[in-house]
Design a protein around this ligand. Structure first.
Ligand SMILES: [Zn+2]
Length: 433
């Protein structure tokens, strides 16, 4: 039986950062395109009229005249255990953690509960067209096992890690430097690079780890070539002041992680809102990335991410939903809020730059751009089909749009899970509306 299949629709994907090459050179667009997939990889992309004659007559071609194919979205910061506490009212970061987050995360000592939430979390990502995410577990080892087992079912490229947290949190959620090191190591040895899965060493944030724990996290990162490090950085002003109190010897917030050897090409820091120039500089120097989480930054009242500063310093940036601090699993809605965050700083976020951040930019931040992030030949067939007729308003508004850039912008403004007609991971359909 042939493993070859093709999809015919409009196709758009990024091939470079618009900042480096200009918007018009940063993407490819085929108004009537064809995407050919052999097994789990993309084997051709181009105009339908050029590629259709090359197909043998028995190749199945799915035609979506109202569809727009894009790469699968990449979420570079999200907490799966916070799925059921999305939309929690009225607090900023530190009280929000104590009031809502910690009690919820306490439930994940129970693997049955963890697996139930992991399954629903993944369904929600796929319904929204997100095919890869960098994901927080809880302090419990079983939370990460449940997540990886659930991800394996759909053959998803996912990254997750056990939270390391040994102070300033309730007893039922703390580990010790030694147990956090040992359990993380066991999870790495079992799950890292198994199929499409990867592990991230995951200290929650500086205030909930002792010096000794951060030191062991750095040791662990150094013991493996290609594991990730995932944490929070400079989200909220009270948090920043607290970090300075807790680590008086540090020059700034980032320096706490730097002193513990946690900056690397596979280190991803969520938020990075209140940074000084030397922190931007050090992030660039070490190849570390930032996850920009606009719905969360607005919802928890944290502040406005300075994308132009990150660009100036050539720091890799990806988009994060940061559910449950974030308010939507939808990358389209996340880009909607990103646009507004940038507008409030008197700058513009172009639709192609937005697409870049949600796909290829995220893949670069995660050092996975040889595998995912666009639809280049030889990459893994993770893609979504957007539906121009998903809602009456999308349908009428898109009928008036003058080109793909405007259409993308309308999808990012009006679209959400309803706009995702189908989601594919490694060539297999993992969601269909
Ligand atoms: Zn977060």
């Amino acid at each position: 039986m042939s493993q070859r299949k093709a999809w015919r629709a409009a196709i758009v994907h990024c091939i470079a950062d618009p900042k480096d090459v200009g918007v018009e050179n940063a993407y490819e667009y085929f108004a009537d395109g064809l995407l050919i997939v052999d097994g789990d990889k993309i084997s051709a992309i181009g105009h339908a009229k050029d590629l259709l004659p090359s197909l043998s007559t028995d190749t199945l071609v799915e035609h979506h005249p109202d569809g727009v194919i894009t790469p699968g979205f990449i979420d570079t910061h999200i907490h799966y255990p916070q799925t059921d506490m999305i939309g929690s009212y009225g607090e900023q970061l530190l009280t929000w953690l104590n009031t809502y987050t910690f009690p919820e995360e306490g439930k994940f000592h129970d693997k049955t509960h963890a697996r139930d939430v992991a399954d629903r979390f993944l369904q929600e990502l796929l319904r929204n067209g997100t095919t890869t995410a960098l994901v927080f577990g809880t302090v419990h080892k079983v939370s990460v096992e449940a997540f990886f087992e659930a991800s394996e079912v759909h053959n998803l490229r996912m990254i997750c890690g056990k939270v390391m947290m040994d102070r300033n949190a309730p007893d039922f959620l703390t580990d010790t430097p030694e147990t956090s090191y040992q359990e993380s190591k066991e999870l790495i040895d079992t799950w890292h690079n198994k199929g499409r899965l990867h592990y991230a060493i995951t200290p929650r944030f500086a205030p909930t780890s002792s010096d000794e724990q951060l030191k062991l996290a750095g040791k662990l990162l150094n013991e493996y070539d290609d594991v990730y490090m995932h944490t929070h950085l400079s989200e909220n002003k009270d948090e920043c002041a607290w970090v300075q109190d807790l680590f008086p010897a540090s020059k700034n917030y980032l320096d706490v992680y730097d002193q513990h050897k946690l900056l690397s090409e596979r280190s991803v820091f969520a938020h990075g809102i209140h940074l000084c120039d030397s922190e931007y500089h050090r992030l660039h120097e070490t190849g570390s990335a930032i996850a920009f989480c606009p719905t969360s930054n607005l919802f928890i009242g944290s502040g406005l991410f300075k994308l132009s500063k990150a660009e100036e310093h050539k720091i890799n940036v990806g988009m994060g939903t940061d559910v449950g601090g974030g308010t939507s699993f939808s990358m389209l809605q996340t880009l909607n809020e990103a646009y507004k965050v940038i507008q409030l700083q008197n700058e513009n976020l172009s639709p192609i730059k937005s697409l870049y951040l949600a796909t290829l930019g995220g893949a670069k931040a995660l050092r996975l751009d040889d595998k995912i992030g666009n639809l280049a030949v030889g990459t893994e067939a993770d893609f979504v089909i957007l539906d121009k007729k998903a809602t009456p308003l999308l349908s009428s508004r898109l009928a008036l749009s003058k080109g793909i850039e405007e259409s993308l912008f309308v999808f990012m403004t009006l679209g959400d899970d309803r706009a995702i007609k189908a989601t594919y991971s490694a060539g297999q359909c993992v969601h269909q509306r």
